[in-house]
Design a protein around this ligand. Structure first.
Ligand code: ADP
Length: 438
């Protein structure tokens, strides 16, 4: 186990009362939740904070994930914000650090994975770290340093057409080497298959050979577990959420993680329930239709909002009459032809903003009516609603469906939140989520 890093900001240290073990920096919000869910699964009580926090951390937390938007920010800004997050996590007393990026290594030839990892290593005063984005449960595997998505090389997958971070080279030794000032080596599958001791030896050999990073092959969870074990005393680990799978066990072995608590257990939150949806994905539209077969719903229309109609007031009046009788759904979501029509009239951004703004104001109104359990569909929509509700941090609970946990929104009056990005969740996701919390 690495020793706690020296404090950079003593006033933060005074406020931090928890025995934090792992401090994570995630390069986007939903990636942060993904990592947090993995740690909760391993028995770590985990808090996700949105940006570098101001306030203190609750005392009963083992791991903190600072969620940034550094994946697609300009490189210098990504580095600066990541360093600020690291400084805060060090000051809070974390023993080990994790830089979380996407399992498809989303980045450009300039970064931001390499430059951010370089800066974190410099700040921590270390010269070696592993890099492993593999996430076999999601069909991302690494062999001979090459990243596969299902049975395809990353560079043959849909990722080659990504609008912001097109991935046209699957050889991560080369990709990271281009982004970083350090040399990159490989710990191949033949070594990983031999277990933690062999991996540790390979780490030492690579370091002696002047490598700053090694890409580590992994094709299943057993590989990720031994990689995690081999990295128990690394100050910094970089990778996808998959490689975090072995870390809770390291802390447990060192006697630092209590096994008596259920890390996924959240305090109960009493109040009414509602579903808010701004996602127009196929899955969400189907989930809405499923809901409508037996439950009430209210649709927002960006064209009416643009005309100045008070749909927020109408939706809240509608909800006020029904909320005591059971959960309601309020949505801006629409099928592609309807979305296209609104976008052509209003512009893509303006149409989106109108719906996000309306749903945010409706969330505040519902909060005032006593709603304390919100299911929110849509990545951007979730961000807007979380902000409007004044939530600064999320305590991560049990997963409803893969990648979507119930969370506790931390603020003066806590609120339960299930934040679902577009295509996630089963057909009955809304009903299932609310059935689990009630
Ligand atoms: P997803 O996770 O499915 O991508 P997001 O919430 O991230 O969902 O993005 C959906 C965007 O579409 C939001 O900006 C939302 O406000 C916008 N939107 C929702 N309903 C409509 C609509 N009827 N017409 C146009 N845009 C819409």
């Amino acid at each position: 186990m690495p020793h706690p890093a020296p404090s950079a900001r003593s006033e933060v240290k005074e406020r931090a009362v928890s025995q934090l073990l792992l401090g994570c920096i995630a390069d986007d919000f939903t990636g942060g939740t993904d990592l947090a869910s993995m740690l909760v699964r391993g028995g770590m009580r985990t808090l996700q904070v949105i940006g570098v926090p101001e306030g203190p951390i609750p005392p009963d937390i083992d791991a903190v994930v600072v969620a940034l938007k550094s994946r697609t920010q300009p490189k210098d800004q990504a580095v600066q914000e990541s360093l600020a997050a690291l400084e805060w996590l060090r000051a809070a007393g974390c023993r080990q650090f994790f830089f979380k990026y996407c399992s498809t290594f989303d980045s450009t030839p300039e970064g931001n994975i390499g430059p951010v990892a370089d800066a974190l290593m410099d700040a921590l005063g270390i010269d070696f770290a592993l890099a492993c984005p593999a996430f076999p449960e999601n069909k991302r595997t690494l062999y001979q340093g090459h990243l596969f998505v299902g049975d395809m090389l990353l560079s043959d997958s849909g990722m080659r057409h990504h609008p912001l971070t097109p991935m046209t080279d699957a050889n991560l030794v080369r990709v990271l080497g281009q982004q970083s000032k350090r040399e990159v080596g490989l710990v191949p599958y033949s070594v990983v298959a031999q277990g933690a001791a062999a991996i540790r030896e390979a780490f030492d050999a690579a370091r002696r050979a002047g490598k700053g990073y090694v890409i580590v092959d992994a094709i299943d969870n057993a590989n990720l577990n031994v990689i995690g074990q081999a990295a128990a005393d690394h100050m910094l680990i970089t990778g996808g959420s998959g490689v975090a799978i072995g870390l809770p066990e390291n802390f447990a072995r060192a006697g630092l993680l209590q096994s008596s608590h259920n890390a996924a257990e959240l305090p109960p939150v009493c109040g009414y329930s509602a579903v808010l949806s701004g996602s127009c994905s196929v899955a969400t539209n189907d989930q809405i239709e499923h809901w409508q077969r037996s439950r009430p719903s209210f649709q927002l229309d960006p064209l009416l909002l643009a005309e100045g109609r008070d749909q927020v007031g109408e939706a809240l009046a509608w909800a006020r009459e029904r909320i005591a009788g059971g959960p309601v759904l309020i949505y801006g979501s629409a099928r592609p032809d309807q979305v296209k029509a609104a976008q052509e009239r209003l512009g893509v951004e303006a149409a989106g903003r109108l719906v996000e703004d309306a749903l945010s104001r409706i969330a505040v109104g519902l909060d005032e009516l006593g709603v304390r359990q919100f299911v929110v569909a849509g990545g951007e929509t979730s961000g807007a609603v979380v902000k409007a509700l004044g939530v600064e941090a999320l305590r991560i609970g049990a997963s409803i469906d893969p990648g979507v946990p119930w969370t506790l929104g931390v603020r003066q009056v806590p609120v339960a939140l299930a934040l679902k990005s577009g295509n996630f969740g089963s057909l009955d996701f809304f009903e299932k989520a609310l059935g689990q919390v009630q």
